[in-house]
Design a protein around this ligand. Structure first.
Ligand SMILES: Nc1ncnc2c1ncn2[C@@H]1O[C@H](COP(=O)(O)OP(=O)(O)OP(=O)(O)O)[C@@H](O)[C@H]1O
Ligand SMILES: [Zn+2]
Length: 632
């Protein structure tokens, strides 16, 4: 019996024929993505496109079953496709690239698909695909796993909750002073070694004061301490020069600076040690007597202090050898043994000084690489659920009387949902959109088709007039380029009004936010409008600019106290429950690619609600703040 027989029996010959014309996009070709690819082929999708930005690592092989040893360093997407081609009746198209790259993947590229299936590992990309699905009103199945736990969340734009309707856990952050002055746990020393020391020494774009901005969450008001931290960073910049000169004779200077001089300076700040044990600097003689050593072997043993020091010297020398070949920009990678041992030994020496337990290199790899054990079977279960649910979202189940998308289910494993201890899987119904969600509810959304000529001819002033006329906005409005959080125009910033859209750096893939900024006296406001600029061939559109037809709702701004009350009584959705347990974003790898800058200039806002919408747009940065040291 052919593989078509089973699926035809379930969905019927007509629906099977329809399925063979459907195109799906799989985002990510890792643990879940590889499984999705196999499942979509076996089910009979007509075309399957798969995107991944990465190449294959040794550590992927235990669960990403399409990859073999010989594939290490090859692109994941093309390798996955090669591995399944022989049993595929579907047309398979791989892409190596970042799904958030609007040049490689403009909006009109996404519009060819009937459904998106996520197999991602980071919040930024998940959010991005969610937004694309909202712009295009196309279904998305979001998913994730962590060890034995997993979930799928089908998303039908306008009908169900979107990915951003519930708050997501963000990576754990620490105040600067804990990391730089008063560590008390191994993790503090690991973050110091990885996010501060390693970057300062081996990453070229570290200015002397990078990371020491005045907006920092210092975790202290002690001016003396803050100024010590800033001075320490400046001095470290000098050590970067030792590294760049590949001056191996002075590696011990790095040790003396970090683990003797800096600690002695810290000890002078009496305030810090009133209720804490004082750190004990290394002795100069210990550093002097320790020399270059052979390769480390046992990464799962706890090394003594001397071994930590000599391994620090050894790998720093190796990294110096590499630095010029790698354009003075070596990145920390948990699978790159030199960078791992550098971070591990630096963290451990610091731990020793502060009386914190020493960890094995292997332990530090787990923590610094933010590794959550991945279980192949959980990935298989979650991808299977995702693929099967796609049949419902595409209306391919003949007996499915689902009149609204809310009849579709999410799926959570027991621990992830906390709904039932008796069953492995719970499958609650989907919730409607959260009316406070800045992605799917508070903001109207549409796609503007514009030709290159249009971009080059139309001024911001003409463009804003067009928007006002088309959607009935009042005379005071603001326009923000959300791609880089730039304020383009508002009531007291009109410098760019006569610039053309392209002079204002708007281009294919820019997402702009247009808001009603009329004075406080009005009761009702026009909803903010988020528009995606889809640049089309000059001859493809009849007009230079084609605005989407949209109904922009009016809304009454909520008072702050009403809002607070609402927050308190906010309904508990399974996803909310899950967030509390910290499992909804599974296998998180934060901060890949995207960094947001806060708009330097904020438009005046008539009420807090609007402001919130904008904050969500202009200062997502709080979640990706550069100024707080983060564990990614
Ligand atoms: N913006 C993005 N564009 C395209 N692919 C992405 C993007 N972000 C993440 N990915 C891909 O999503 C996949 C997620 O797979 P998975 O969770 O198994 O992670 P992994 O990197 O393969 O494994 P691990 O992190 O455990 O070493 C990865 O292959 C990753 O390259
Ligand atoms: Zn939403």
């Amino acid at each position: 019996m052919g593989r078509e027989a089973s699926i035809t029996r379930i969905i019927g010959p007509e629906n099977y024929a329809r399925l063979q014309h459907f195109k799906c996009l799989i985002v990510g070709a890792g643990g879940i993505g590889s499984e999705l690819l196999k499942d979509c082929i076996l089910m009979g999708f007509g075309e399957i496109h798969i995107v991944d930005l990465d190449t294959i690592d040794l550590s992927n092989l235990n669960r990403q079953f399409l990859f073999r040893q010989k594939d290490i360093k090859q692109p994941k997407s093309t390798t996955a496709v090669k591995a399944v081609q022989h049993f595929s009746n579907s047309k398979l198209i791989p892409y190596q690239g970042n799904v958030m790259d609007t040049k490689q993947f403009p909006l009109h590229w996404f519009s060819q698909f009937d459904i998106f299936l996520n197999g991602l590992d980071n919040l930024a990309a998940r959010r991005y695909v969610n937004k694309i699905s909202q712009f295009l009103k196309k279904p998305l199945i979001e998913s994730g796993t962590s060890g034995f736990d997993g979930y799928i969340q089908p998303i039908l734009p306008g009908i169900t909750e979107c990915f951003d309707c519930t708050k997501k856990e963000t990576p754990k952050t620490f105040p600067v002073c804990t990391i730089r002055s008063t560590p008390s746990q191994p993790i503090h020393c690991i973050v110091w070694a990885k996010n501060f020391l390693f970057n300062q020494l081996f990453t070229s774009d570290q200015s002397p004061t990078a990371g020491d901005s005045d907006d920092n969450d210092w975790g202290t008001d002690d001016k003396e301490e803050i100024s010590r931290i800033k001075q320490e960073t400046n001095e470290l910049h000098d050590l970067q020069q030792v590294v760049h000169r590949q001056d191996k004779a002075h590696i011990t200077d790095i040790l003396k600076k970090l683990f003797i001089k800096d600690i002695e300076k810290l000890l002078q700040l009496d305030n810090l040690w009133k209720s804490r044990a004082k750190p004990v600097p290394l002795s100069e003689s210990l550093i002097e007597s320790t020399r270059y050593d052979h390769d480390s072997t046992d990464l799962s043993a706890v090394w003594g202090l001397e071994k930590q020091i000599n391994q620090f010297i050894r790998v720093t020398g190796k990294l110096m050898d590499r630095i010029s070949q790698e354009q003075y920009n070596i990145e920390f990678d948990k699978d790159d043994q030199d960078t791992l041992i550098f971070v591990a030994t630096a963290a451990n020496i610091r731990s020793h000084i502060f009386g914190i337990p020493i960890k094995t290199v292997f332990d530090i790899k787990q923590i610094a690489g933010n590794i959550i054990p991945a279980i192949a079977t959980t990935n298989a279960i979650v991808a299977g659920l995702s693929t099967l649910t796609s049949l419902r979202l595409l209306n391919l189940l003949p007996y499915d009387k689902a009149s609204s998308g809310l009849d579709v289910n999410m799926a959570f494993t027991a621990r992830a949902s906390n709904l039932s201890k008796d069953r492995y899987l719970s499958n609650p119904k989907l919730a409607p959109p959260n009316c406070n969600c800045a992605v799917c509810s508070k903001v109207a959304r549409g796609v503007i088709k514009i030709t290159i000529q249009g971009l080059e001819k139309l001024t911001l002033s003409q463009f804003i007039e067009m928007l006002k006329k088309q959607y009935g906005y009042p005379s005071e409005t603001s326009l923000i380029d959300t791609s880089d959080q730039r304020l383009l125009v508002d009531f007291d910033f009109e410098d760019l009004l006569n610039r053309t859209l392209s002079q204002a750096k708007l281009r294919d893939g820019s997402v702009i936010l247009f808001s009603d900024e009329e004075g406080d006296e009005r009761e009702m406001y026009k909803q903010p409008l988020e528009l995606y600029l889809d640049v089309v061939e000059d001859n493809a559109a009849a007009l230079e600019v084609e605005l989407p037809s949209l109904q922009i709702a009016l809304f009454k701004p909520q008072k702050q106290d009403e809002k607070e009350e609402q927050e308190m009584t906010k309904e508990k959705s399974p996803a909310n429950e899950e967030n509390k347990n910290g499992i909804v974003i599974l296998d998180e790898e934060e901060n890949r690619g995207e960094k947001d800058n806060t708009a330097t200039k904020r438009p005046r806002s008539p009420d807090q609600t609007l402001q919130d919408t904008k904050k969500a747009k202009t200062s997502k940065s709080s979640e990706y703040a550069e100024d707080i040291i983060e564990l990614d």
